[in-house]
Write a new protein. Structure first.
Length: 187
């Protein structure tokens, strides 16, 4: 087994990326304090050709060297927009016919393996503050809420990890037609 050389990876140029058909997903960052997390989200958005990122409230915006440390240039390819509040971002996204989905543990959350995105529907995924999660007021504007099943003692993941898990799952269901999880039957 040999590593694939960079020149054989068929990477898109920034202009080709901007013109490529996008995955119908947008990430909404609800008051994220870590610039490294913000940069990581840009990199994930680039990797899966997402439509963009909404940076809200205290969430830092490019250009910033601490965002670039983890974004590695993805701030140049991924469309982003800043909003004073997450609710402003949601109102704009709803006007553009996005389904609003919070990633949070609530009494109405759908476990990720059971959540099936709609093939012809645009979806905005809201990720909340590292300690406080998605703001309670923001949850009132959401169409769905999903959570990542966890089995250890912490029941939370770093936001950059959560974004990667959720985006990969929804991307694979949309792109490759992966259907809802069906639990194994007992022997």
């Amino acid at each position: 087994m040999l590593k694939t050389p960079n020149e054989d990876l068929h990477r898109l140029s920034v202009s080709d990326y901007k013109n490529a058909e996008k995955t119908p997903l947008v990430i909404v960052l609800d008051n994220i304090r870590s610039l490294h997390n913000v940069g990581s989200v840009f990199r994930t958005a680039d990797a899966f050709l997402l439509r963009g990122i909404c940076l809200c409230g205290i969430t830092a915006t490019p250009p910033h060297r601490d965002i670039e440390k983890t974004a590695l240039g993805a701030t140049e390819s991924v469309y982003w927009e800043y909003f004073d509040t997450t609710i402003e971002a949601i109102k704009k996204l709803k006007s553009l016919n996005y389904r609003i989905v919070a990633v949070e543990q609530t009494d109405a959350s759908i476990s990720l393996e059971h959540y099936q995105p709609y093939a012809n529907e645009k979806t905005a995924l809201i990720f909340g503050h590292e300690m406080m999660g998605v703001n309670e007021e923001v949850l009132k504007f959401c169409d769905d809420c999903i959570e990542i099943p966890q089995f250890g003692t912490k029941h939370s993941l770093n936001i950059s990890v959560s974004v990667g898990v959720i985006v990969w799952d929804l991307f694979s269901k949309l792109k490759f037609g992966v259907k809802q999880y069906t639990p194994a039957m007992p022997l």
